[in-house]
Design a binder for this molecule. Structure first.
Ligand SMILES: Cc1cc2nc3c(=O)[nH]c(=O)nc-3n(C[C@H](O)[C@H](O)[C@H](O)COP(=O)(O)O)c2cc1C
Length: 284
């Protein structure tokens, strides 16, 4: 099984998905695979075409943003040439739900011509913790990484197999309605609490925020992100070397989040990372 060549493609706003991608990469390397990693978070990284001709399989990793993988992949994924290549998916999420992300992302990958063999969902501290939320701040932990390593080994096994088991996912209830509603969602033009701003004091004008923004929403000159395109992914806040970006105090929003979703910190802490090979496992 060694000598497999595996591509690892992932998006990561606040390093959670990157951390899992690194654990998966190290496991594959330890097992004798060769690995090519592509971090497709910055806008520019998605402009060059990717080719997987020489790979035995591809692993795709995305965080869950409002029940889906980041919306930037909706147009980008279908431009990839799957050509029947085997792939597997992994999602990272902040302990609420992976929502429609397994089903929808699998569909996008299949539309691009990939053969999706299985998926996984890994727990990670919430991106909004950078603004004061307290969702599972100590995750991923050692137990999560055990599952990530199992995931890497399963990828090797299934990518090496001539007839890997089929992976079918049932359509989640309400999926069609949610997709239709998203298409007619009005454009957000006003600044929201999740749109970062720059504090001019301390900013060295390195422009990393602008260069690395997944949607080119951040303007380093004005110090504002465009609410129409900003994903609220917190990548600019996370990477700013001067700690000169911030979001509004999120305390009230955090309380409303827990209340709206009938969630407690105990409930979130008790969730477990897992590999998904069967439709019933992906129910939410
Ligand atoms: C805009 C936005 C929406 C999010 N929506 C969800 C969600 O629907 N369910 C969930 O459990 N976590 C949600 N999260 C939390 C992230 O999925 C989680 O923190 C993820 O591990 C972040 O990965 P990253 O650091 O690689 O971007 C959301 C985060 C952001 C920024």
């Amino acid at each position: 099984m060694a000598n497999l060549s595996i591509a690892l493609v992932y998006f990561s706003g606040t390093n959670v998905t990157h951390t899992y991608a690194e654990v998966i990469r190290e496991t594959l390397l330890d097992e004798g695979c060769s690995v090519r990693s592509f971090n497709v978070t910055p806008y520019g990284s998605r402009q060059a075409g990717l080719s997987f001709d020489d790979d035995d399989g591809v692993l795709f990793g995305f965080p869950v943003f409002a029940d889906f993988a980041p919306s930037v992949i909706n147009e980008w994924l279908p431009t990839l040439k799957g050509q029947g290549k085997k792939c597997a998916l992994f999602l990272t999420y902040g302990a609420r739900t992976t929502g429609y992300a397994h089903f929808h992302t699998k569909l996008l990958l299949e539309r691009a011509g990939f053969q999706v063999l299985f998926s996984a969902e890994f727990l990670g501290r919430h991106s909004f913790n950078v603004g004061g939320w307290r969702v599972i701040p100590d995750r991923p932990n050692a137990e999560d990484f055990v599952v990530a390593r199992e995931y890497a080994r399963l990828a090797m096994e299934r990518f090496a197999s001539d007839a890997p088991a089929a992976f079918r996912l049932q359509k989640p209830f309400g999926y069609n309605q949610v997709i239709a509603a998203l298409e007619h969602e009005p454009e957000v033009t006003e600044r929201q609490w999740r749109n970062p701003v720059r504090i001019p004091e301390g900013c060295s004008m390195c422009r990393q925020c602008e260069v690395e923004c997944p949607t080119r929403a951040f303007d380093a000159d004005t110090g504002l992100s465009d609410p129409r395109t900003c994903l609220g992914c917190m990548h600019c806040v996370w990477i700013c070397p001067d700690h000169a970006l911030r979001v509004d105090a999120m305390g009230a929003v955090y309380a409303a989040f827990l209340e709206n979703w009938h969630l407690t910190e105990d409930m979130m802490r008790s969730k477990k990372s897992r590999i998904i090979t069967e439709s019933w496992q992906a129910a939410f």
